[in-house]
Each structure stands twice: as structure tokens, then as C-alpha cells.
Design a protein around this ligand. Structure first.
Ligand SMILES: [Zn+2]
Length: 465
């Protein structure tokens, strides 16, 4: 609950014969996010509310670091030093081994006469949306993508659903550099977890971009493409759920940050209204009347006004719609009782004008308190949503922002007793590339993997049957 700074709720300063205003909780530091309501006797010291924009900033920084880390890990920087048709095989095949060969004939379902047919099939079968780029995908390229995704299990294909599939000649220099200079980029998985300020809407879905070198020609060309395409899909299998959860978290951060200044503005207006009220209440307290009847009338107004004060505070600091509605009902009731007491005040009471001024200031404060309450309720809800979204991200990753999927892969196949080496030089550049390379081989040539990397094969068979 709210702790009120000072010793009493705002009230007319009691004269020596007046009732003392109800006591309040012991002085305490104002809770963050709540106003400091000044008691009638003290100088007004409105405190600006600071509803913790720091929380959002910290999360964004963490997120940026996380994004950079992901982006660096998730680039398939396949080196094509020699003829592109062979470069890939050199990348993952143990010396003296020929992996895959030309492969089986392409499945009929993955054969397209037109680009449009391929676009429609990828959308229909995998929920993948092909985006035009420079160049556009050819029917042959879409066929290679479709065959690659067809080799994935049903649960794994969920990681593809909603992805944008992009095609460009080459990656930008900035992306090349971010990938660490491992040669010409063939593909790129982008988590795209950023959200728009204000609405919190995700800026764009996660995407996979395929470059020219993902589509070599020659007898090994199709197998090379399938490896690259499945490698990028492997990044989605490894991180997509975490990336989506992160995007949702960023959305809650942006929406909460948009609500913070609204509350701060309402709080400033509320505190200014409290200050005006306190000054008017002190003025009214200086004219309690001279006759017993007049002093009794002043006491009744002061007493009912104190109830209005408490209701205003409850309205301004409500945290739920239900609490706000209840406080507003209480506010209406208290104002009616106070107005009735004011109506019983004699027209010739020497403090009448000052009391009416105090009542006007109280009503202004009441309106400002309502505005503050209406800004406070959504912020409270957004803070709760943000906490839940953060907890949801935590279901998919560890404290170092490594996905549970990846850390289990490493623990089970790379650091345990009987561990195995990455299947390719590119896989040796980092754990996420190791995972993606392994996933690609697992889907493209499981028999080869079972023979040469039995532990890694068994892990994938267990986790991704
Ligand atoms: Zn990669």
C-alpha cells in the first residue's frame, strides 16, 4: 500500500478547539510509483513519480547484447574458396570421405514449374513466407528449399512457421563483418526480436536470408544447397521459441515505457493540485468562526473533507480496475457528504469564502487523482505483463542467454565423457554453428552421421526424432 509522507492526510488546519485530523501511518519514504501527498500542516512537497524506466532500459541493453550475440552466432559463413560446388563438401566431410553424393532424385512434391508454385507450396506446407529480394528466388531454388524443409520432422517445422524467407545476391558488408569474416555468407538467420516503441509490435518476424553462394551449380550443387538451407533452419530449431519469447518481452518493455510518461504527467498534475489544496486548506483553517455554531460547522466540513482526502488518495494510487472503481464510488460518496456539510455552513460565517475555495481546490485535486489512477492501472498491468514475459524467456534459456536446447546439446555431446568434435571447421567456430552444422548433417545424411558421429546422432535422434 501507499505510505503517506507527513503526519496526516491533507485537511484544514484545525483551530485549537477543532478536532484533530485522523492520524496517519508513520512517516516513511514514498514508495516508488506513488505520489507524496503532503499533509495540510506542512509545506507542499510534491514528489515526481519515477515509475522505473530503468527496468526497461536495462532489459533493452541486455537484449541488445543478446541480439548481437545471436546474430554473430547465427550466420552461416560458409567459405567458398574454390569451386562453389565443392567448397561445402570440403567444409564438413572428414578427409577422404565423400558425403552424400548427388543424392536421391528430387521428390515430386518439391518440383515446381514456376516461382509462384514454389512460393505457394512453402506457405502451404511450412508457413514460410517468401519475400521478394534481389534477385527473386528461381523455381529451382525454391525446390531446394522445399526439399530441405521436407526432411525436417513435424515438430521441427514449427520453428519455420511464420518465418520470412529472403533472397539476396550477397550479404551487406556490415553483416559480413558481424559474421566474423568466415568467407562469403551463404545464409543468415535473423532473430529480429526488436519491438516498435509505443505499440510494442514486433518490427519484423524472424527471417532466413539465402545468398547466391547457397545455390551452387554442378553435380553436388543441390546437396550443398540442402546443407546450407537446413543449417539455417537448424538455427531456428535451436532458438526460435526463445527468440519469439524475447520479442514478446521487448514488446511489453516498449508498451510499458510508453505508459511511464503518461503516468508521470498525471502525477505532476496531481501533486500540483495537492499543493494548491493544501494552501487553500490552511487558509480555511485560519477562519474557523467565532460562535460555537460556526466552529461546529467548520469541524463538520473539516471532518467530511478528510474523508474526501483519503478517497482522493485511494483513487490516485489504485492499481487495479476494481480498486479504481471502488475508490471512485467512495470518492463520490465522500464528496456528497462534504458538500452537504458545506451547505449547512452559515452564509455569514467569516471563513465561508475560504472554505469554498478549499472545496474547489479539493474537487480539482479529485479530478487530477482520477487521471492519475487511470494512468496507474494500465502501468501496473503492463509491469505485470513484463514480469511474466521475462519469466517466459527464462523457460527457454539460461542466465547467459544460451538456449536450453543449445546448452543441452553441448553438455550431452561436446563436454560429456566420450564427447565428439564439431563435424566441420565451420561448426568449430562456435557452439551455435556447431549445432546448426550438426543439425544439417543429421537431416541431410543421418546414416553418415550415425556412423561417424554416433553420440551426436543419438542426441538428435532422442531430441528430434
Ligand atoms: Zn550458422
Amino acid at each position: 500500500m501507499v505510505k503517506i509522507a507527513g503526519s496526516a492526510a491533507p485537511s484544514p488546519r484545525p483551530s485549537s478547539t477543532d478536532e484533530v485530523a485522523p492520524s496517519s501511518p508513520a512517516p516513511a519514504a514514498p514508495e516508488r510509483g506513488t505520489p507524496s501527498v503532503v499533509n495540510a500542516g506542512a509545506a507542499p512537497e510534491p514528489t515526481r513519480v519515477e515509475p522505473n524506466p530503468e527496468a526497461g532500459r536495462a532489459a533493452r541493453v541486455a537484449h541488445s547484447a543478446q541480439s548481437a550475440q545471436l546474430a554473430q552466432q547465427l550466420h552461416a559463413g560458409h567459405t567458398h574458396a574454390g569451386p562453389t560446388a565443392h567448397a561445402h563438401a570440403e567444409g564438413f566431410a572428414p578427409a577422404g570421405q565423400s558425403v552424400g553424393g548427388p543424392g536421391p532424385a528430387r521428390p515430386a512434391a518439391s518440383t515446381f514449374a514456376t516461382r509462384e508454385a514454389g512460393v505457394a507450396a512453402l506457405d502451404r506446407d511450412f508457413g514460410v513466407r517468401v519475400r521478394d529480394g534481389n534477385p527473386a528466388f528461381s523455381p529451382e531454388e525454391l525446390s531446394r528449399v522445399h526439399e530441405s524443409y521436407s526432411r525436417m520432422s513435424s515438430p521441427d517445422r514449427e520453428a519455420l512457421r511464420g518465418l520470412d524467407l529472403r533472397r539476396e545476391h550477397t550479404a551487406s558488408a556490415a553483416i559480413q563483418q558481424e559474421a566474423g569474416g568466415h568467407g562469403t555468407l551463404a545464409g543468415l538467420y535473423s532473430p529480429n526480436a526488436d519491438a516498435r516503441p509505443g505499440t510494442g509490435e514486433r518490427v519484423q518476424p524472424a527471417s532466413i536470408t539465402l545468398y547466391d553462394s547457397a545455390f551452387p551449380s554442378g553435380p553436388q550443387g543441390r546437396q550443398s544447397s540442402i546443407h546450407t538451407i537446413t543449417h539455417e533452419a537448424g538455427h531456428a530449431v535451436e532458438g526460435r521459441r526463445r527468440d519469439d519469447a524475447t520479442a514478446a518481452l521487448n514488446g511489453t518493455i516498449e508498451r510499458r515505457n510508453a505508459a511511464v510518461p503518461v503516468l508521470n504527467d498525471a502525477n505532476d498534475a496531481n501533486n500540483a493540485a495537492v499543493g494548491t489544496f493544501n494552501r487553500a486548506a490552511r487558509e480555511a483553517g485560519r477562519n474557523p468562526g467565532t460562535t460555537a455554531a460556526e466552529r461546529s460547522q467548520s469541524r463538520q466540513v473539516a471532518s467530511t473533507q478528510n474523508a474526501v482526502n483519503r478517497a482522493n488518495e485511494a483513487v490516485g494510487t489504485a492499481r487495479t480496475p476494481e480498486a479504481l472503481a471502488a475508490a471512485r464510488t467512495r470518492q463520490d460518496t465522500a464528496v456528497a457528504a462534504r458538500d452537504a456539510a458545506l451547505g449547512r455552513m452559515s452564509a455569514t460565517h467569516p471563513g465561508r469564502a475560504a472554505t469554498e475555495e478549499m472545496v474547489r481546490a479539493s474537487d480539482n485535486w479529485g479530478s487530477a487523482a482520477r487521471a492519475r489512477g487511470e494512468a496507474n492501472v494500465p502501468l501496473t498491468q503492463l509491469s505485470a505483463e513484463q514480469s511474466a514475459a521475462r519469466a517466459n524467456v527464462g523457460r527457454f534459456e539460461n542466465s547467459a542467454h544460451v538456449s536450453n536446447e543449445l546448452s543441452d546439446f553441448q553438455r550431452s555431446t561436446r563436454t560429456a565423457r566420450g564427447h565428439e568434435q564439431p563435424i566441420s571447421d565451420y561448426g568449430a567456430t562456435g557452439p551455435a554453428e556447431d549445432y546448426a552444422e550438426s543439425y544439417a548433417l543429421y537431416r541431410r545424411d543421418p546414416a553418415f552421421m550415425q556412423e561417424h558421429y554416433p553420440r551426436t546422432f543419438q542426441w538428435f535422434q532422442r531430441q528430434h526424432p
